[in-house]
Design a protein around this ligand. Structure first.
Ligand SMILES: CC(C)(COP(=O)(O)OP(=O)(O)OC[C@H]1O[C@@H](n2cnc3c(N)ncnc32)[C@H](O)[C@@H]1OP(=O)(O)O)[C@@H](O)C(=O)NCCC(=O)NCCS
Length: 155
């Protein structure tokens, strides 16, 4: 069982396997879970996230999008998930410093142990309502047990 560096956690369930099915799913249907797992995260493009062109560094964007995909998948299946694949990601527009971005994660496919999440990143002007799609990518997450082996997604 892989449980390192967690000795100082507060009391109460910490691992997915410590929750009963009733605690994990309070009765939502698959459709409700899909709707409720849609995840929105906003960021301001500050200088510590840009490259030497003064635009958002692509690796930073991918890291944020992977986190959004992770949160979306975890909210859907309420279990441990890991990223197994980042599929095609299109960087459609450079994102200058001073913009706001909004990332939206949505589940697009549910497999046996894997789940596919599409993440759209929109760029917004700080001082106007202008908003456009800038990056889009698809991520595959796998539900894992306490030994980090794939396990069926249940909901
Ligand atoms: C994720 C991991 C547990 C999968 O183990 P595995 O032995 O390859 O698993 P399997 O071959 O049984 O595949 C499990 C599922 O993943 C899918 N999968 C495996 N490799 C994939 C890939 N490259 N792309 C898309 N899906 C993939 C399979 O299709 C299967 O999906 P399904 O059950 O819905 O049909 C293992 O590859 C791993 O630990 N990878 C490292 C994860 C990691 O460290 N991520 C970064 C930090 S979160």
């Amino acid at each position: 069982m892989i449980r390192s560096n967690l000795q100082n956690r507060p009391a109460g369930p910490t691992f997915a396997s410590e929750y009963t099915p009733e605690q994990r799913n309070t009765g939502m249907t698959r459709e409700e879970r899909m709707k409720n797992s849609v995840t929105h995260v906003c960021k301001a493009i500050f200088p510590n996230t840009t490259n030497h062109y003064d635009t958002l560094f692509g690796g930073q964007a991918l890291g944020w999008m992977d986190e959004v995909a992770f949160i979306t998948a975890a909210r859907f299946c309420r279990c441990d998930v890991v990223t197994v694949s980042m599929d095609r990601t299109d960087f459609k527009k450079p994102i200058p410093a001073g913009k706001i971005v909004e990332m939206i994660g949505r589940i697009v496919r549910i497999g046996r142990t894997s789940i596919q999440i599409e993440v759209d990143l929109f760029m917004e002007d700080m001082f106007s309502d202008k908003r456009e799609s800038a990056i889009k990518g698809t991520f595959t997450m796998v539900a894992v047990d306490d030994n980090r082996r794939p396990k069926p997604i249940t909901y």
